[in-house]
Design a protein around this ligand. Structure first.
Ligand SMILES: Cc1cc2nc3c(=O)[nH]c(=O)nc-3n(C[C@H](O)[C@H](O)[C@H](O)COP(=O)(O)OP(=O)(O)OC[C@H]3O[C@@H](n4cnc5c(N)ncnc54)[C@H](O)[C@@H]3O)c2cc1C
Length: 498
């Protein structure tokens, strides 16, 4: 096999984690090459499809301002609250049933703000999420659930910013070039074999390789194999290029499988969305205002507590619940009282929506649903609502139901104000949780717990952070933290080889 080039560090992937690794490796004095399987127009992986939401710890508005540029009026007039490292750690623990790896989690949480500030220093911009994470209370915006900030311009803006920075820093990104094998000498990783879109294979020598090439969510065969029955049928919310090749390469090199291999982040996603994500739509096929209404399945029955917690702490596991329903779909039903609370994704043109002036007519329009049973479910739900408790969208208001087999714990309103509207969703997978084991320095470890020399990893491919569920806005920031660490470690390793 011909060896075309030599670099200190090769980074596999060109999403958020990869580009952070590339910047940090260059900061560490390394020559860097980035390989990207996708063509330039589709680069940036899942990172490009995100809403850009990013959670980090801050104790006060000054710490928030290390990341987010805030005007004096915003500092004075907006209630951003605070989100301490302890709250962040607790949210990670609670969501993952306390299975998240303590070291990996603590490193990521305690480095969250500094890492985003470092990205800012590289030219990446941020904005406050007024449209998604704040509601007006007595004329003043109040943020809730610890999530305040997004990358400017969402995922598209983030990826544009990362790639503009790479161009400015003269870090080459080679598109339509997939890594397929890790090159190894005496147990050490010393480069990758790559293949171009037209099938030409060649070797690239490197003193260190960073795997930041996503999960296996795009690969139907791996989804069925690891996640189980019917996961091959779900829609993919993001890129078509995260085929689990990084997982395979790492396992072939002896890496330790780690984390929740049968688990994935999955949401309620428009029933008629295309098989893979659409970049122009981004994340807007999601339907995340279910907490202000009810969801019914084909039998016309509710199947989850829609108001169990803020959307941030339930949406990533409710896709799985939709997948378990007959026909793998559900309808979200709302009345007009809550129209002003519906998120922006309910206002796009590509949407599976029905509307009717009466509940009877609405029920008839819910394709695939037992209309009679559905009406009975709504009547039973309406009777059970605790109308004595005031509704408040920015706190867990305790306005729940009584006596239902499937309770609703918060934000329960009567469904009584026409016109009524409903939205069909199926399961959309976001990313897979299973990955490989890394050390605290992002070195990939083998099954004996020893670092594989020359191999580092970051982003979705890392196992051990997410189990069962996920606090919203943690994928990008965890990828950034470990991308930066992996790039720094890879450069240091490369230096030690000279
Ligand atoms: C619709 C949607 C909305 C989301 N919203 C948010 C949000 O608001 N906030 C948040 O924090 N997270 C969000 N996420 C999750 C987030 O996208 C991921 O956690 C994060 O982007 C993962 O980054 P990454 O760099 O590990 O992977 P990716 O960004 O997916 O990058 C992986 C890259 O590797 C490339 N690649 C794959 N295989 C190879 C190979 N063999 N050789 C070379 N290149 C390869 C891919 O083409 C891709 O560019 C969302 C995800 C989706 C799909």
């Amino acid at each position: 096999m011909k060896t075309v080039e030599k670099f200190d560090v090769v980074v596999v992937g060109a999403g958020n984690a990869a580009m952070c690794a590339a910047f940090a490796a260059q900061d560490g004095g390394a020559s860097v090459l980035v390989l990207e399987a996708a063509p330039e127009a589709e680069c940036g992986g899942n990172s490009a499809f995100t809403g850009g939401a990013t959670r980090f710890a801050f104790s006060n508005v000054e710490e928030l301002a290390e990341v987010l540029t805030l005007s004096d009026e915003e500092k004075r007039d907006v209630d951003f609250g605070q989100y301490t490292e302890e709250e962040f750690l607790e949210d990670m623990g609670r969501c993952t049933q306390y299975r998240c790896d303590p070291d990996l989690t603590e490193i990521f949480v305690r480095n969250s703000r500094q890492t985003l500030a470092w990205m800012k220093s590289k030219g990446i911009r941020f904005e406050a999420m007024y449209g998604r994470q704040a509601h007006k209370v007595n004329g003043k915006f109040k943020f809730f659930a610890g999530l305040v900030c997004a990358f400017w311009g969402a995922g598209a803006g983030l990826v544009k910013g990362l790639h503009e920075t790479a161009t400015r820093l003269k870090i080459p990104v080679r598109y339509e070039t997939s890594a397929i094998t890790l090159l190894r000498k005496k147990g050490c990783v010393c480069g990758v074999r790559a293949v171009t879109a037209n099938g030409e294979e060649y070797d690239i020598e490197a003193k260190a390789v960073v795997l930041a090439c996503g999960g296996f969510e795009s690969n139907a065969e791996m989804r069925a194999r690891y996640l189980g029955q019917n996961w091959d049928l779900v829609k993919v919310r993001g890129t078509r290029f995260n085929m689990g090749v990084g997982h395979r390469m790492a396992l072939d090199a002896g890496a330790m499988p780690f984390g929740h291999w049968s688990g994935a982040h999955a949401v309620g996603w428009d029933m008629n969305a295309p098989q893979y994500g659409e970049r122009e739509i981004g994340d807007l096929f999601q339907k995340h205002s279910y907490l202000f209404g009810i969801m019914v399945n084909a039998n016309g029955e509710r199947f989850v507590d829609e108001g169990a917690d803020f959307r941030n702490f339930t949406y990533a596991k409710y896709g799985v619940e939709v997948l378990k329903q007959p026909g793998m779909f559900a309808w979200q039903i709302f009345d007009s009282k809550i129209n002003h609370l519906l998120r922006e994704e309910y206002h796009i043109r590509k949407i599976t929506k029905v509307e009717a002036p009466t509940l009877e007519e609405l029920a008839q329009k819910l394709e695939g649903v037992d209309a009679e049973k559905c009406l009975a479910t709504i009547a039973e739900y309406n009777k059970a609502v605790r109308t004595d408790i005031p509704f408040n969208s920015v706190i867990k208001d305790g306005r729940g139901t009584t006596g239902l087999a499937v309770p609703k714990s918060n934000w329960a309103n009567l469904i009584d104000t026409p016109p009524y509207h409903a939205y069909a969703v199926t399961c959309g997978i976001t990313f897979t949780f299973g990955g490989i084991k890394i050390s605290n320095d992002a070195a990939v470890q083998n099954v004996s717990g020893t670092n594989i020399q020359g191999l580092f990893a970051a982003g979705e491919i890392v196992g051990g952070l997410f189990y069962f569920n996920y606090p919203s806005g943690t994928g990008l920031v965890s990828g950034a933290v470990y991308g930066r660490i992996a790039g720094t470690s890879a450069a240091a390793h490369a230096k030690s080889m000279t």
